[in-house]
Design a protein around this ligand. Structure first.
Ligand code: CA
Length: 384
């Protein structure tokens, strides 16, 4: 057990906020995440709040202190400076690589380099924001591409890492200090237009296939709250050890996260019939992620790149090793070849207009209080 556990992690601690004592709440007294909110329907300025149970503690106006979460609107947790999307999900990388390059699914750099690309911060939207189906160049069987709305719109089940400290340009952040640069984590849906992506991605990687919308959940859960759920960073047999700048004793002992993440779908027809969302997949982060959060910080800065407080990293799509554990429809539908049956007779290969996608995540183990990240929701509107 980690020596960094303290009295704040004691599972027996209870709160005077009754809803924080519910067994299934994401936000018990052991997990007090930060976000920005205001009373729903008001034009009050956005302000910092702390989620507890089903309430928001208003840090600016400590009287009256608690705002029911159901009566609050939430914003992005901070102004996002830069957004970097990593690719730590090795099972996702392998499955998707096989669809795009059957002869060469996992490129040889994958096991050495935490692969990433610079994303678009301006189109990161808060949970609950609907967005239009993107249009772009589509290249079907015809000789020339045509402009049109994406027919292969997908989600990506990811964690968002919120950077909390600046490093100076030219000064790498070593592994020993990498976690100090992280304010906390949230859920991130990196919506993806697979038809745009397939045509544009070589040689420089994703561009318009990703930059139309990215959804971030409102509550940033601190690494302190996640301390009881840290796990050893281990590589399977035959996997290379990371280079020394991506290695540390703390990372080996506690670098990984024992966390369950899920994607849920609710179609417009399900909403009309009053039916609940259906779960598409459930994945353990420890199984899915080839690199740890600290390794992402150390790698991102090893060339001297300066991170700034308010930057966001995407973890990359988190998929488990089994086919039903795909963190995207691209994987679950085997590249659009196999439709996924939904309750009520509907089916999906990719997202339809009106579909709502919700990401959830939580941690639990005997001897610790269950905590969660809340939810990250977005709905597809018809193309403009
Ligand atoms: Ca992604």
């Amino acid at each position: 057990m980690s020596a960094r556990l303290d009295a704040t992690h004691d599972p027996a601690l209870r709160s005077w906020v009754a809803s924080a004592n519910a067994d299934d709440t994401d936000f018990p007294i052991q997990n007090l995440p930060f976000g920005r909110f205001r009373r729903a329907g008001s034009s009050e300025p956005w302000r910092i709040g702390v989620a507890i149970g089903d309430q928001v503690l208003d840090l600016r106006a400590l009287a009256p202190c608690l705002v029911p979460q159901a009566r609050a609107e939430t914003a992005l947790p901070c102004e996002i400076g830069d957004y970097t999307d990593f690719y730590t999900g090795i099972h996702h990388a392998t499955t998707v690589g096989r669809l795009f390059r059957p002869e060469n699914p996992l490129l040889p750099n994958y096991r050495w380099v935490p692969i990433g690309y610079h994303g678009r911060a301006s189109s990161i939207v808060p949970s609950g924001t609907p967005f239009r189906r993107p249009s772009g160049q589509l290249k079907g069987a015809a000789d020339a591409p045509a402009l049109g709305p994406s027919a292969r719109l997908d989600y990506e089940l990811e964690l968002g890492v919120l950077i909390g400290a600046d490093n100076a340009l030219g000064e790498p952040v070593p592994m020993a200090r990498a976690e100090e640069a992280i304010f906390g984590i949230a859920l991130l849906n990196d919506w993806s237009a697979r038809d745009l992506q397939a045509w544009e991605y070589q040689p420089l990687g994703p561009f318009l296939a990703k930059s139309f919308a990215t959804t971030l959940s409102p509550w940033v859960v601190t690494l302190d709250a996640l301390e009881p759920f840290r796990a050893p960073f281990e590589r399977g047999d035959g996997e290379p050890a990371p280079l020394p700048y991506l290695d540390s004793p703390h990372n080996r002992a506690h670098g990984a996260l024992d966390m369950t993440v899920e994607a849920w779908l609710r179609t417009a027809a399900m909403r009309e019939r009053g039916e609940p969302a259906v779960r598409l997949s459930r994945v353990n982060v420890r199984e899915a992620a080839y690199w740890t959060l600290a390794q992402l910080v150390a790698h991102h800065t090893v060339n001297g790149c300066n991170l700034r407080a308010g930057d966001v990293f995407g973890s990359g799509t988190l998929s488990g090793p089994r086919p039903e554990e795909g963190g995207s429809l691209l994987e679950l539908s085997q590249g659009g070849k196999v439709a996924i049956a939904l309750p009520g007779g509907e089916s999906r290969t990719f997202l339809q207009d009106g579909d709502s996608l919700v990401l959830k995540a939580w941690c639990e183990r005997p001897g610790a209080r269950r905590i969660g990240l809340g939810a990250c929701e977005g709905t597809v509107l018809p193309a403009g």
